[in-house]
Design a protein around this ligand. Sequence first.
Ligand code: 5GP
Ligand code: ZN
Length: 114
Amino acid sequence: MDCIFCKLANGKIETELVYEDDKVVAFNDMNPVAPIHILVVPKEHYASLEDIPEEDIGIIADIHSAIKKISRMNGFSKDGYRVINNCGKDGGQEVDHIHYHVLAGKPMKKLISE
Ligand code: 5GP
Ligand code: ZN
């Protein structure tokens, strides 16, 4: 069965997309922690970075390429942003479909580990 991000990424649950190409979509996080908080998600299901087979690892470049486009389209490429991937239990991952958080719109605090 499709997970929640599969459904959002493939249009089975309607959501406003910030970005879409043939492999990747992006939408606003429902619980933002910064003025801009976008999730960048591949259309294909991979549970986490650890679950991407080596032959498919190019999807990580596709995600980063999408992030650069999103930063330009939304006017925060100059001021900068933070990209986060939570991987697995100790990484704090809650949704088991790989996604990258893009945080922008204010200077970020020093990264801490709680
Ligand atoms: P994680 O902790 O797995 O890295 O982050 C999951 C993120 O997905 C959280 O920031 C959470 O707010 C967001 N999220 C979870 N479910 C949904 C959803 O159905 N829609 C949207 N837009 N965001 C979601
Ligand atoms: Zn999925």
